[in-house]
Design a protein around this ligand. Structure first.
Ligand SMILES: Nc1ncnc2c1ncn2[C@@H]1O[C@H](COP(=O)(O)OP(=O)(O)OP(=O)(O)O)[C@@H](O)[C@H]1O
Length: 608
């Protein structure tokens, strides 16, 4: 019983229709004043146009019935026709302006949302929930008929229909208040049916948006050049096809449900219109025969009643459309308003030199996860110290680094860098402290130099670039390219570009981190794709690479940990061993076991 009630519970939108309209008007006032004024100007034009035409017919009949001269008739018709024509031209001009400006307006919102996607706290968009919110916001923006574009004409429609309805109600009221009541009563029934459907769509959107997201993922991956090799060699295409077909079938179930509801509602609306118009016209005919209203009045009321239906239906339709758009807008605003927790305002002073890092009873669980990934971590990395993080897959090494980078906040405890909790730094300033190489490297379709310096061509420090290319071991390769460091990357985008191998990409990522010159260097398996010679060179140069910075080095190759001052051995999110290589070997614990296991094969080769 309880569950039944729960299912019936309406998912109330976070923002009301008036709040969304105010938001829209404020934004369009800030972003495009022409669009704002054009929208307002069009409202009276849309009301005046049919009203003028109605009165033109009425007066023509009246003048003819009164036996007015042809001259008077022609002058009268010409004047009103000229006014109608001018209004038509103005209406076309303004509506075209609104159409194009609203199209541009959509891109302004797209820009806002892209900015949010790129800037918001990492944990806001990494979780499936965050991804769904982001997808819903993007849906509102990418659909041509979608909210940010259509809402201007819908706003004109709802205002003009409301004004038209009030004006026409007042005019018809003079004939009979009952007709007005009848027309209104039928309309209210129609309105509630449509409203229920809009809410049904909003409430159930969460069923199909994740399916759409997965369909999008499968389509993107199917055409992704990076997946093309595995796709062929491991026969993954069958799996892709099956998953796609399954998802599509699930999606079609919801599409069919939506379509059926739409059809039922259209049918109901048509029946209502038929009954309402029939009754109204019957009444008008009765008035003509029994109460003797004049021909001019008949023409006037006939036109008013037939247009009254348009205003009324227009009002319902524009209200429902506006409400549906407003619900889409809720998705966009919900995403834009996602709270960011990292400090964006004035932050603590950044340390000038390599800082000390303290993890003080830090625990962490990923959002919506029941597992504690990091448990009560307590350690200090002194100024300029080099530590290595070691442990089996899934021990929590990358998660620890993500916390240090401020991509996630600890669930418990605090992380201090240079004696200040990292949350107290301004986020963007804090990022300046960090030079990080993650396992997944993102290259852009720009030159190698720009990929490393990540700034405008003219601001690149060429000497520094050369230095980091040499340190990262990429210099010789770059020298062999036709345009050296100015060679473009990504063949899939530029015809004359070059592609780098896995190891070369890793070197480029290292060069990027070194060029940035942060006082904290974090390298997450930076040698995983390097050949033994390149790896050895990197170990030899490690001191030079980190040049006094406090550094964190993650690697599964335990030989690399020898040149670190301290090793933290993680297991299931806990530090179970801590010390330098010799100390841990002497301890004879898990680190020593793992080291001996790895060196076993090398020893065997030497012994043979
Ligand atoms: N976004 C996430 N949401 C939920 N759990 C996650 C997420 N990312 C990682 N995990 C889980 O956290 C645990 C630690 O992952 P982490 O990537 O930190 O391990 P790791 O020690 O770096 O592993 P590896 O050596 O394989 O790189 C794993 O069990 C993983 O499944």
């Amino acid at each position: 019983m309880k569950n039944k009630n729960k299912n019936k519970e309406k998912v109330k939108p976070l923002y009301s229709l008036p709040s969304n309209i105010i938001f829209l008007l404020q934004k369009s006032w800030q972003m495009d004043k022409t669009l704002f004024f054009a929208t307002l100007i069009r409202i009276p034009i849309v009301v005046l146009l049919p009203l003028l035409a109605t009165y033109l017919s009425k007066y023509v009949v009246e003048l003819v019935s009164n036996g007015s001269s042809a001259g008077t008739l022609i002058t009268y018709v010409l004047c009103i026709s000229a006014a109608i024509l001018s209004l038509h031209l103005l209406n076309n001009f303004v509506s075209t302006k609104i159409e194009w400006r609203a199209y541009g307006n959509r891109f302004l919102y797209l820009n806002l949302s892209n900015h949010k996607i790129m800037d918001t706290d990492y944990d806001n968009i990494e979780s499936p929930d965050g991804q769904t919110k982001m997808q819903k916001a993007i849906n509102t923006l990418t659909n041509n008929g979608g909210g940010t574009q259509q809402i201007f004409s819908q706003f004109v429609n709802i205002c003009s229909n409301s004004i038209g309805l009030v004006t026409y109600s007042a005019l018809i009221f003079t004939l009979s208040p009952w007709i007005v009541l009848l027309l209104c009563g039928m309309t209210i029934a129609n309105y509630y049916v449509n409203k229920a459907n809009n809410y049904w769509v909003h409430k159930n959107k969460d069923h199909w948006v994740p399916i759409d997201r997965k369909l999008g993922y499968i389509s993107n991956k199917a055409g992704d050049f990076e997946v093309a090799k595995d796709m062929r060699l491991y026969g993954m295409s069958g799996w892709f096809k099956n998953v796609f077909a399954g998802l599509l079938a699930d999606r079609m179930v919801w599409s069919k449900k939506t379509e059926k509801r739409g059809f039922a509602i259209d049918f109901f609306s048509a029946v209502m219109t038929f009954i309402r118009d029939g009754a109204a016209y019957g009444f008008l005919i009765y008035q003509t025969t029994q109460n003797g209203i004049t021909a001019a009045e008949f023409v006037l009321y006939f036109a008013l009643i037939s247009q009254y239906s348009n205003w009324l239906l227009g009002l319902i339709e524009s209200y429902n459309e506006l409400q549906a758009t407003s619900l889409g807008f809720c998705d966009l605003r919900e995403f834009l308003d996602l709270p960011d927790h990292f400090n964006r305002g004035k932050g603590a002073e950044l340390p000038l030199n390599s800082p000390e890092i303290v993890f003080d009873h830090v625990s962490f669980s990923y959002p919506n996860s029941e597992n504690t990934t990091l448990k009560h971590l307590n350690f200090t990395v002194k100024q300029g110290e080099k530590i290595a993080l070691v442990g089996i897959n899934g021990a929590g090494k990358t998660t620890l680094v993500k916390l240090l980078c401020g991509l996630y906040r600890p669930t418990d405890g605090e992380i201090r860098v240079g004696n200040v909790t990292i949350a107290e730094y301004n986020r963007d300033e804090y990022y300046k402290l960090l030079s990080v190489v993650f396992q997944d490297i993102s290259l852009m379709p720009i030159s190698i130099a720009k990929n490393i310096a990540l700034c405008e061509e003219k601001h690149i420090d060429r000497e520094r670039l050369k230095q980091v290319l040499k340190l990262s071991g990429l210099y010789e390769k770059v020298q062999m390219l036709p345009e050296k460091e100015n060679t473009l990357l990504l063949k899939s985008i530029h015809e004359h570009a070059t592609d780098l191998s896995g190891g070369e990409k890793q070197k480029l990522a290292l060069a990027r981190a070194l060029y940035k010159g942060g006082n904290i260097i974090i390298l997450d398996e930076p040698t995983a794709a390097l050949d033994p010679i390149a790896e050895n060179e990197m170990y030899l140069k490690y001191n030079e690479l980190t040049s006094g910075a406090t550094s964190v080095f993650i690697s599964h190759r335990l030989s690399s940990t020898r040149f670190c001052d301290k090793i933290l051995f993680l297991e299931h999110g806990e530090i179970i061993e801590e010390g330098c290589h010799d100390e841990l070997m002497k301890l004879g614990g898990k680190y020593a076991d793992m080291f001996n296991l790895q060196s076993h094969y090398y020893k065997e080769v030497v012994e043979v």
